[in-house]
Every structure is written in structure tokens, then in C-alpha cells.
Design a protein around this ligand. Structure first.
Ligand SMILES: Cc1cc2nc3c(=O)[nH]c(=O)nc-3n(C[C@H](O)[C@H](O)[C@H](O)COP(=O)(O)OP(=O)(O)OC[C@H]3O[C@@H](n4cnc5c(N)ncnc54)[C@H](O)[C@@H]3O)c2cc1C
Length: 667
């Protein structure tokens, strides 16, 4: 265990995956029936993996903490899923999707994995259409596309602003077919608390039934961790409230390396924070940047007047508005990648141009799109002399058809009509590119333990492009794992069922029970949320959109102190062996308090800026991220050594043979 071998197949980039599939071991259908696989997580990655593995004939057990796989965080995905089908005939190709992803991730991802992702992306759309996913269609019936940031083509397939929900219903349907056949046994309201290793191999998990509080042992020949991202360590984020790092972190503590923990995505278009009472932030999909123009006032006095309610944005003349993304990045305009757009918003707000009461918001304005669409519609209807009101009405109808549910959500939260006045938006934590280190087969450094979807680090480097998370999760689950896991399991056809009455299971169960009892017995003074909020503030202030050496060193110290205090003073009411949501939260926050420290250590180690990792000391004169390819062209893979501060850094050198390493420019 512990050696970093990325197992990238040899040969030309575009042939690696086919060659690999042709060469790896297979398990014959009769033998698959004797092999058990545990899949932790039933979002898009885990759900698609479980359904495909069961369809192949393996016996699958799935686990999720929600009451149904349908409630995984994946359901929240709004904007779409990418695929290089080139339906628009606008020059797309597998290579372009590969190139955009590598460049978008600021040259910090593995070429071979990213090319495979692009290669299988088209299959995802076919698979989901076959499942009945209602992707948006053009008038003639062909699937429609829109654009997302960091690209110059339209390759995003979508189902209004509910793409994740529709895709998840597809995966859930596929899972249900297997549940009905008895090939998937679905454990909902179950939380994995530990991974069990036997002879160095992943052979099962310890899970807690969240309804009864009972601790259970489950064995398998392989374990797939598809437990999503860890952005909730910032407390406020666009993630669902329950999203956490427990499964991945405890796997890490059992020997799986954790890669690039500091690579976090801060999404530019979220509803701004409105006060201390908040526990959740809401995303306004990136798809809105297809039609919305981002601006702040040009003059400081106008920004002040807007903040103080003396001036309305709609009253500000066109020449007094600064469409700063269009000004700074004429080629990509409002569709620059998320890290670039987020930093640009922060820069304007820090300079005093913010437009809400706290000064931390910019406008996302649909006026121009409404007018453009309205004019076009009037023209096609033969209304040559349509007046302004008619044009507006027609335009609003088109915008509503494209983004209606997002506009409705905005109005419900902010109590302003975004058709009439520009939306206010600000960056918020949204996605984690870091995760369990995996090789080309998606196996972690623990034999037999795999990771898929957002819980692994695999494809997005230092910044994920919009609509690529769904693509990666579904690629991993439908098209990668079903092949690669067989290569490993081919050696297990004679192993027989893994017993759970072994010393390894005893020990793991005891450790889990002790930890739960310890949390209950502290009986301190502070709630779990007290610690979570404090951690979130340290993370946002010192490890957020921009970082510096001093702040990171402070963060490391403060997080360690906070963790110590947590274990002395947290109050977890109730019992360990009964339903106890505060106990669930305590376990999750305990893990956040550990990964937070590693996150800051990783950010401190990386003395360069790349993608979402912006070190203030390393920037160009124009304020762009300044990479150091000579010294930091590696994946950081951290090995756990008893405490976060003792973690050992391993480096996977990234080799670029098919793209030229260039300064990332969107101008
Ligand atoms: C608001 C929003 C909008 C988004 N829109 C888009 C978009 O338009 N396009 C795009 O590509 N991406 C989008 N993303 C990102 C994308 O939705 C996620 O990255 C992706 O859905 C993650 O899928 P996943 O299967 O890896 O994890 P999840 O969907 O987070 O699923 C995690 C699963 O793991 C389970 N789990 C976790 N821990 C445990 C444990 N200890 N024990 C048992 N089970 C556990 C959970 O119950 C759940 O089933 C969006 C994200 C957000 C927040």
C-alpha cells in the first residue's frame, strides 16, 4: 500500500482506453454472481456504478444517508452535462473537450483520464436518452445545447434548470431494476463510519443505521466510495446540508491518499449571503451566464448610492455600467471559467463597487437578452412595429422558458423580480476538485477500494469547468468502473464470501463505537454548529478565494485549536444507540475539523496560483493566477500519519505530451 502508480496505459492518447479495455482481466458472468461489491453513495456516480455493476451480474450493496437515493446532492445540479457530440457543428470534438478541460483545470490534471472522459462523454447522453431523461430539445426534435464557462462551443445538454434531478431519476430507475431483481440491496438512512481492511485489502465497511442507531458490519470483495464532495467544511456553501467528507476521510485514515485537498471551486453566481442566520447558500446556475451580463457601476459614488438605496440599478445609464468580464476578457466575456469570474467579482467588490448592503454582490442582468429574444420573436411573428412593452413581454417569455425555475427560486429567496431588476450574485463554495487519489482504474492506494464522482480527485485539476461534474460522475459509474473493477476482481473468483466475524471487523466496529460514545460523553457547552460555523469562517477568511502564507499558517493553528476545543467542549445530546441527528452532525464536523487542517497545509505547500487556488504572492501584474510549472506540476497526494499535521506529501508528477503548457488566457 502507499505507492503512487497512476497506471496510465501506454500508447497514443486517443487509443489508451480502448487498448486498456482490451488488455485488462475479465470476470466471467458465472463468477460475477459470487462476487460482492459495496457502493457507498447513490448520487449520480454511485447510482450509475451500482446499477451498471449489478446489471453485469455482481451482487451489489448500496448505502446512502438520505431516505432515498433520489435525494442525493446530485439532484440539485441545475445547468447541464457536457458531451462532445458536436450537434451544433461548431467545431467540437473529443480533443477539444479534453483540451478545454485540461486548460480549464489550469494544467493540473492527468491527460489520460481527461481524454477518456471526453471520449465516453457522448455515450453518457445516449445512455441517459435511452433511460428516458427528458433533455431539452429544439423545435425539430434534436437535443438542444447551451454554453458553459471556459469554452467556445455549445456542448452542454440540459433539462431546464433541473438536469441533475432528471439524470438522477434515470440512474435511480436503473438501480430500481436491479433492486427488483435482487441484485442490489439498498441500505438507505445508513452512514458508513469506517472502512474495513483484511490483509491490506478493502473488504467491507462499518455502517450505522441512522434510524435505529444500530452499528452494522457489511463485507464485500471491493468497496466503491462515491460519497460526493467536502465543500461543506466552509459551513456556508451551495451543497446540500448533509454533504460531508466522512466516508472519504475515514478511508483516507485507513490508508488511501488524499489528493489536492486545497483545490476548491468557488462559483461566481450564487445568491449573496444575507446575514448570520443563514445555514445554506443557493446557486444560480452558470447557464444564466449564457444570457445574463455581469456588471457593477463604473463610479464609486453610484455604487454607494445603490447600496444606500438612493439609486436603482435600472436607473443607471448604460455608459455608467462596467461590464467588467466583457472588458477584461473580450474573447470569452461572461463565459470565462468560474475561478476567473469569481476572482473578478471579488476584485470589484473589494475595490468598493459592490451593490448590496454588505458590498459583496454584483449584478447579473438579463435586460439585453430579454430585448434581443423579444425582437427576434416579434420579427418571426411578423410584428414588424412591435412596441417596447410587447418586445419585453415576448422576451421575458423566452427567458422564462429557458430559466424559469431559477428565476422563480431567486424571487422566492430575495423577494425581487429578476425579470424587472438585475439579479444580485456573489461567489460561494460549490465543488471540491480534491478528493481521494485514484489511479487510471479509479482505485485508491488501498487495493480493492475505488472512488468515483466528486469524492475522487481525478479529472478537473485546479478548476472544474461547468457541467463537467455530472459528466465525470456518470462516466465513472456507467463507463469506467464497470470495466476496471473486473480487472481487480478477477483474482477474487475463488475467495468466497468475506466473513464479518473476523478480528478486523471486531476492531473496526469497536473503534467506531468508542468514537460515538466519546462524542456523547463529552457533554460540553457548545453545539456542533458552533464549531462548524467557526471552522467555516476560518476557511472562508484564510483558505477561500485568495490565500497567503500568513493566513494559511494562522488557519492551520486555529483549526487545530478549534478541533482540540471541540473534543473537550462539544455537547451532543441524546444516545448513541438511537436515532440522533446531532450525533450524525458531530461525526461529520469532527472530520471537517481534520480535513480543514490538511486543506490549509496543502494550500501552504503549493507556492503557486493555479485555477481556484489563488495565492496572493503569486499573481501576474494583471491579477491573474501565476502557475509554477517547474516546481508544482504535480498532484499532491497526502498520506495520513496519525494526525493531519504529520501527514506525508507524495507527489504524482503530471506529464503533458498532448497539450502545450501555456499561460491560461481567456482574453
Ligand atoms: C446547486 C448545484 C448545482 C450543480 N449543477 C451542476 C451542473 O449543472 N452540472 C454539473 O456537471 N455539476 C453540477 N453540480 C455539481 C454536481 O452536482 C456534483 O458534483 C455531483 O452531482 C456529485 O455527484 P456524486 O455522485 O459524486 O455525489 P453526491 O450526489 O453528492 O452523492 C453522494 C452520495 O454519497 C452518500 N454518502 C455520503 N457520505 C456517506 C456515508 N458516510 N455513508 C453512506 N452514504 C454516504 C450520500 O447519501 C449520497 O448518496 C452542481 C452542484 C450544486 C451544489
Amino acid at each position: 500500500m502507499g505507492k503512487l502508480d497512476s497506471k496510465i496505459p501506454s500508447g497514443p492518447l486517443a487509443e489508451k482506453w480502448t487498448k486498456h479495455k482490451n488488455e485488462i482481466n475479465l470476470v466471467n458472468p458465472a463468477n460475477k454472481r459470487n462476487i460482492d461489491i459495496i457502493v457507498v453513495g447513490t448520487g449520480l456516480a454511485g447510482g450509475s456504478a451500482a446499477a451498471s455493476l449489478a446489471e453485469l451480474g455482481y451482487n451489489v450493496k448500496t448505502f446512502c444517508y438520505q431516505d432515498s437515493p433520489r435525494r442525493a446532492h446530485s439532484i440539485a445540479a441545475q445547468g447541464g452535462v457536457n458531451a462532445s457530440k458536436n450537434y451544433q457543428g461548431d467545431g467540437d470534438s473529443d480533443y477539444r473537450l479534453f483540451y478545454d478541460t485540461i486548460k480549464g483545470g489550469d494544467y493540473r490534471s492527468r491527460e489520460a483520464n481527461v481524454y477518456r472522459l471526453a471520449e465516453v462523454s457522448s455515450n453518457i447522453i445516449d445512455q441517459c436518452v435511452a433511460q428516458g431523461v427528458p433533455f431539452a430539445r429544439e423545435y425539430g426534435g434534436l437535443l438542444d445545447n447551451r454554453s458553459f464557462g471556459g469554452v467556445l462551443v455549445s456542448r452542454t445538454f440540459y433539462a431546464k434548470g433541473q438536469t441533475g434531478q432528471q439524470l438522477l431519476l434515470g440512474a435511480y430507475g436503473a438501480m430500481n431494476r436491479q433492486i427488483n431483481r435482487g441484485k442490489i440491496k439498498s441500505y438507505t438512512r445508513h452512514e458508513m463510519l469506517d472502512l474495513v481492511l483484511v490483509d491490506g485489502k478493502a473488504r467491507g465497511i462499518i455502517a450505522r443505521d441512522l434510524v435505529s442507531g444500530e452499528i452494522e458490519r457489511h463485507s464485500a470483495h471491493a468497496v466503491v466510495i462515491a460519497s460526493g464532495g467536502y465543500g461543506n467544511l466552509f459551513f456556508l456553501s451551495t451543497y446540500c446540508m448533509g454533504a460531508n467528507v466522512m466516508a472519504a476521510w475515514r478511508t483516507h485514515k485507513k490508508g488511501a491518499f488524499f489528493a489536492n485537498p486545497c483545490f476548491t471551486q468557488i462559483h461566481p453566481t450564487c445568491i449573496p449571503v444575507s446575514g448570520d442566520h443563514q445555514s445554506k447558500l443557493t446557486l444560480m446556475s452558470e447557464s444564466l451566464r449564457n444570457d445574463g451580463r455581469i456588471w457593477v457601476p463604473k463610479k464609486l459614488e453610484d455604487a454607494k448610492a445603490i447600496r444606500e438605496g438612493r439609486l436603482k440599478p435600472t436607473e443607471l445609464a448604460e455608459e455608467d455600467r462596467d461590464y467588467y468580464l466583457e472588458r477584461r476578457y473580450p474573447a470569452f466575456g461572461n463565459l470565462v471559467p468560474r475561478d476567473v469570474a469569481s476572482r473578478a467579482a471579488k476584485e470589484r467588490c473589494d475595490a468598493g463597487y459592490g451593490v448590496n448592503k454588505t458590498g459583496e454582490a454584483v449584478y447579473l442582468d438579463f435586460t439585453a437578452a430579454i430585448e434581443r429574444y423579444g425582437k427576434e420573436k416579434a420579427y418571426t411573428m411578423g410584428l414588424k412595429d412591435a412596441n417596447k412593452d410587447t418586445i419585453r413581454k415576448l422576451g421575458e417569455e423566452i427567458v422564462e422558458a429557458k430559466y424559469g425555475n431559477l428565476f422563480q427560486m431567486y424571487e422566492k429567496i430575495v423577494d425581487e423580480n429578476p425579470y424587472k431588476t438585475p439579479m444580485m450574485i456573489y461567489p460561494a463554495v460549490h465543488y471540491t476538485m480534491g478528493g481521494l487519489w485514484v489511479d487510471y482504474n479509479l482505485m485508491t492506494t488501498i487495493p480493492g477500494c475505488y472512488s468515483a464522482g466528486e469524492s475522487n480527485f481525478s479529472d478537473h485539476g485546479a478548476n472544474r469547468l461547468g457541467a463537467s461534474a455530472l459528466m465525470q460522475g456518470l462516466a465513472d459509474g456507467y463507463f469506467v468502473l464497470p470495466y476496471t473493477i473486473g480487472d481487480y476482481l478477477a483474482d477474487d473468483i475463488r475467495t468466497g464470501p468475506i466473513p464479518t466475524d473476523s478480528a478486523e471487523f471486531d476492531e473496526a466496529e469497536q473503534a467506531v463505537t468508542d468514537k460515538l460514545n466519546r462524542l456523547i460523553s463529552i457533554k460540553g457547552e457548545n453545539t456542533v454548529d458552533y464549531y462548524h460555523k467557526k471552522l467555516g469562517k476560518i476557511m472562508w477568511d484564510k483558505c477561500g478565494m485568495s490565500r497567503n502564507e500568513k493566513g494559511l499558517k494562522e488557519a492551520i493553528k486555529e483549526i487545530a485549536e478549534l478541533r482540540e476545543d471541540f473534543w473537550k467542549n462539544v455537547r451532543v445530546p441524546g444516545e448513541a444507540n438511537a436515532k440522533n441527528q446531532e450525533l450524525e452532525k458531530a461525526g461529520r464536523v469532527a472530520d471537517f475539523l481534520e480535513i480543514g487542517e490538511l486543506f490549509a497545509m496543502d494550500a501552504l505547500d503549493r507556492k503557486e496560483s493555479c485555477g481556484g487556488h489563488f495565492r496572493e504572492e503569486y499573481q501576474t501584474p494583471e491579477g491573474e493566477a501565476l502557475r509554477d510549472d517547474k516546481n508544482y506540476r504535480y498532484v499532491s497526494a497526502w498520506e495520513y500519519k496519525g494526525e493531519p499535521k504529520n501527514s506525508k506529501l507524495h507527489k504524482e508528477e503530471l506529464v503533458f505530451e498532448n497539450v502545450e503548457l501555456k499561460t491560461r488566457s481567456y482574453k
